[in-house]
Design a protein around this ligand. Structure first.
Ligand code: F0G
Length: 386
């Protein structure tokens, strides 16, 4: 049964929307959960209590494949051929791999913001033969454009506004629990961009609890890049809307209008999460409620320092992924995470996705460093030079 080789469809009974003979799988969901004492000491929790859920072993090198297999299965069910996404690079890489690795006639169309994509990811889209369109603007603009175009031309949209993506991404939590012998950790810490993962995780836990497969729900921490300057404020304003009984659309509209008026653009070395209009905001708010969640933002410096620690401990991740570890450290310092808590940080994408950021951070070559990191005020790897 080819489905048992998929880390997503092994959990078929928990994802019952697709008939088995319609499933599109390329062997996604290959991951590992590994404790890292180097990362534990960095974060400030007891040895053995910091676990890294590594999603870099997926066929396209990021967690996106977990969701893509589900969305592609649905696309096949409804007879779609042309499939599109906007992307900061990983969604598009995954989309391109799924189209090129299967023979159901899928044709990939990708929208990316100008200069907003790490080269490893761009090379994947190109090598796998996707039609790749660069637009003037950033990810938020690209997503708006692809939504318009897909609506107008009847193209199947593969961004995480697609609920089937989130169904597949629930399996990341199934595998974490499986690897922990179904002992629920105290914390799940995940980087937040478009907030698809955090939404999916909340839904997964809610369902597992309902089914009686777990007896409690872990707390969820969603970590935003400070340069995206969005999540704290968005969550704050929406909670205010809920409490005040105001329709939250009006509040988020006011918020987005302000971003437009002040020409505020997301800017962070963690280009994967350089997003300030997350489409899954409402679903994420529900996840935060279900999981007694918190949101925090971390600086580019904190992200790159955490990434180097993760690397020194033997797992290579891209900058956005390391936001989880940087966020855990923050929450530990604030006393919200306790030293005895068991913490799972999700490493969402492979190190080789964005080699430039890594090389610049560790580089003794001033020019390379300045070109990539200089203007961001990030300081070079300190401990690596010792
Ligand atoms: N980490 C990585 C490596 C990502 O590529 C993304 C999102 C996230 C975290 C954020 O996940 O959206 O579920 O909150 N990347 C999208 C893309 C936007 O186009 O590849 P989220």
């Amino acid at each position: 049964d080819p489905l048992c080789f998929s880390g997503v469809w092994r959990f078929y009974d928990l994802l019952p929307f697709a008939p088995k003979d319609r499933i599109v799988t390329i062997g996604e969901g290959q991951t590992l959960l590994r404790p890292s004492d180097l990362a534990a000491r960095y974060v400030g929790v007891d040895d053995g209590n910091l676990l890294l859920q590594y999603e870099g072993m997926n066929p396209s090198g990021s967690f996106k494949d977990n969701g893509m297999t589900a969305a592609f299965s649905h696309a096949r069910m409804v007879g779609a051929r042309r499939v599109a996404c906007a992307s900061t690079g990983n969604t598009s890489a995954s989309l391109a791999v799924f189209c090129s690795a299967t023979d159901f006639g899928f044709k990939a169309i990708i929208f990316i913001g100008s200069g907003k994509i790490a080269y490893g990811k761009l090379s994947q889209a190109l090598d796998h033969g996707a039609l790749t369109i660069q637009i003037v603007g950033d990810f938020d603009d690209a997503l708006m454009r692809v939504r318009e175009v897909s609506d107008r031309l009847g193209i199947y949209l593969m961004n995480s506004v697609n609920p089937f993506r989130l169904e597949g991404q629930k399996s990341i939590m199934f595998r974490v629990l499986e690897a922990m012998a179904w002992e629920v950790p105290d914390w799940i810490v995940v980087p937040g961009g478009n907030l698809g993962n955090s939404s999916a995780f909340g839904k997964a836990f809610q369902e597992l609890k309902y089914l009686g497969l777990i007896d409690r729900i872990p707390r969820l921490a969603v970590i935003n890049a400070a340069g995206a300057q969005t999540l704290d404020q968005l969550v704050g304003t929406h909670r205010m809307a809920w409490n005040s009984g105001l329709p939250d659309e009006s509040i988020s509209k006011a918020y987005y209008d302000r971003l437009d008026l002040e020409h505020i653009r997301a800017s962070t070395i963690a280009s994967a999460i350089e997003i300030n209009r997350p489409v899954n905001l409402k679903k994420c708010l529900r996840a935060l409620d279900v999981c007694d969640g918190v949101v925090r933002q971390v600086s580019d410096q904190e992200i790159m320092d955490a990434k180097a620690r993760v690397g020194a401990g033997g797992l290579g991740c891209e900058p956005a992924s390391a936001a989880s570890v940087a966020g855990a450290k923050r929450l530990r310092e604030e006393g919200i995470i306790a030293p005895g808590d068991r913490v799972v940080c999700i490493l969402t994408g492979h190190q080789l996705k964005d080699p430039n950021a890594t090389v610049a951070y560790h580089s003794s070559d001033r020019e390379e460093f300045d070109r990539v990191l200089g203007s961001r005020g990030v300081k070079r790897a300190g401990f690596a030079n010792r």
